[in-house]
Design a protein around this ligand. Sequence first.
Ligand code: AMP
Length: 418
Amino acid sequence: MIQSVRGTKDILPDDIHLWNFVEGVFKKISSSYGYSELRTPIFEKTEVFVRSIGEETDIVNKEMYSFLDRSNESITLRPEGTAPLVRAVIQNSLIQQSNLLRLWYYGPFFRYERPQKGRQRQFHQYGAECIGSEFPESDAEIISLACDILKGIGIKNFKVLINSLGNNDSRDKYREELIAYLSNHLSELSEDSRRRFEKNPLRVLDSKDEKDIEITNSAPSILDFLDKESIEHFEGVKKILTKLDIDFTIHPKLVRGLDYYNHTVFEFQSSELGAQDSIGGGGRYNQLFTEFGAKQTPAVGFAFGVERLIIILEKIIEKDKLVQKPDIFIVSGLNPDDDYYISLVKKLRNMNLKVITDLNRRSFKAQMKESNRVGAKFALLLGDDEKNSNNITLKRLEDGFQQTIAFDSIENFNFDNQ
Ligand code: AMP
């Protein structure tokens, strides 16, 4: 048997209800904040990601699905959503048409990572980006949108960690200071962190290695290097979040993996997830547009990993509650091409009812059993008697209550309220 590719998963009918539910929340809450959906292709020219995410990041270095297509162009399956979205905004001149864009996206993403619970090679992200405002209220709006989505899904126990990387000046000064500190501890750092130190020293702060954590706990804090402008921005964000009753924790070691962030960065965590405790995160990226050769445009955004939202949702909801059970299972003794039977099914479906019929020509008894198995609300019993007298027999499966209804008055029968 040919198996699926390592790190990919089929989403089976039993689980799709969870997905449909969270997708519904994404749409509803994004729309209530005035965000519109933008869909980009799932592959882009490789340079879209190399330029934006940064050459020295894990994603670009070792996780991208890149290949040469038949005309020798380097193509990459998108590992994240912000860079393609920014590419699309620039290419379609969306920012010229409006000086503020509120956008969201949802779909599959691809990273060549070691698969484990909550980490796949094809996974899904929902993300939102607020483009065109440099002010702290846009950072707060994005964080608030993210929190409302988590709450809309029913997730209550999550942590919001925030930090500021400051503007470029502050970040550069801090970087130098951090390099000086880490150089004195190089031999004690993990191999991974020593490599990061060479290429992207801020990312050493991200390490999960215990010894690294001990060392970076005493490292200088970026918050001591913020200049006036950076402090004002960060204070502005915190003030609004507090007024919105968003419970956040300042985490000075939060830097996040991508190169393009400045000022506010944030992350959402859940203890329900175990080792992979990050549900998602994001930050401000005022320089990214210039990396694409466009005019400098301030922006802030975030992304959630949807597989992780589903893992949490499974723990807090009874899956059955999301399943729409059939309204009617037709238990028929008539021929499958009988006029009366066919027009009845058509009529019921036109009433927007969920109607299931037997396609295996099973006995009346077997169909009755099946109507119970699928959890239908009613079994609709249909035989020669019903056909000859132009009516139907409805059996409420919960208690066996049976009633006869004239074919012509079916439209007036309220199936919901029985
Ligand atoms: P990032 O784009 O790296 O900031 O990731 C944002 C979120 O996407 C993470 O917090 C995870 O929830 C999710 N995520 C990232 N990579 C994966 C993956 N390989 N498998 C599943 N979820 C992922």
